[in-house]
Design a protein. Structure first.
Length: 267
């Protein structure tokens, strides 16, 4: 890595994610309860989400006080340096609440609006995924690469997720019902950040979801791209809350076409 700024941002993201992951793993109370809800009564926030975000933003602000923040649990400031941190302190909160292992800390750094660093720490997997723009994607010392050659659609393992607003969930379930006969199988892990990293690691052939926020996808999408995946939304558009898709290059076009045909991008 030749850019000292990107090296600094990566080191800070790795350390912040490590600290937050350790807090979440080791500090989870036995009586963990819902602290508040967001989009619906089942879209939950725990006290640990809030504590992890405070830890991350405090650590990053101590080292780079001029940077901006966008965090799931409310951190928001524009900054003056051209760097903005996009933070999901606990992606997969419902899994975490129930004691399931599929949850992660996701931290991305944007430079002038472009994601240049991504870190996803999955403590219960014992894995930390990282990427720097143009530098490849890694888990530890292992360089990540999407599954190649891309399988045909009917042999693809596809991940997806569901929102927490009833009308959206109903439509997403209908889309998934129509996708599943056309592919090898569908997986629903419960953490968008981990699903995107699983595409990067070749554990999924494709992943799609409607309704993601910037903090859900910023780090994971960079990691997927740096591992050789294509990412996007509807045809000709980038990944967004309307639709996010990541897939190996040969599989991306048919999956995108199928999702467009099925109207996966609307509620």
């Amino acid at each position: 890595m030749t850019d000292p700024l990107l090296a600094e941002l990566l080191d800070l993201a790795l350390e912040a994610a490590r600290r937050a992951g350790a807090l979440l793993r080791d500090g989870r109370p036995d009586d963990l309860a819902v602290a508040t809800t967001k989009s619906s009564p089942i879209d939950v926030v725990t006290e640990m989400d809030i504590a992890a975000e405070k830890l991350i933003t405090g650590f990053l602000a101590e080292h780079r006080p001029q940077d901006g923040f966008l965090g799931e649990e409310g951190a928001s400031s524009p900054g003056t340096s051209g760097i903005r941190w996009v933070i999901d302190p606990l992606d997969g909160t419902v899994n975490y609440l129930y004691g399931l292992p599929t949850w992660a800390v996701s931290i991305a750094a944007e430079r002038d609006g472009e994601t240049v660093v991504g870190v996803v720490d999955a403590p219960m997997r014992g894995e930390t995924y990282r990427a720097v723009l143009g530098g490849g994607a890694y888990a530890g010392e292992r360089r990540l690469a999407v599954r190649q050659p891309s399988p045909p659609l009917d042999q693809a393992l596809v991940g997806t997720g569901f929102g927490y607003v009833q009308a959206r969930r109903a439509h997403q379930a209908d889309v998934a019902q129509r996708v599943v006969p056309l592919v090898r199988d569908i997986r629903r892990g419960g953490s968008a950040a981990i699903d995107l990293c699983d595409v990067a690691a070749g554990r999924l052939d494709a992943y799609y979801e409607r309704g993601l926020n910037p903090w859900d996808l910023a780090a994971g999408a960079l990691i997927a791209r740096e591992a050789g995946a294509l990412t996007g939304g509807r045809p000709g558009q980038p990944e967004s809350g309307e639709l996010t898709l990541a897939a190996s290059p040969g599989l991306f076009p048919p999956v995108q076409e199928l999702l467009e045909e099925l109207g996966a991008w609307h509620d």
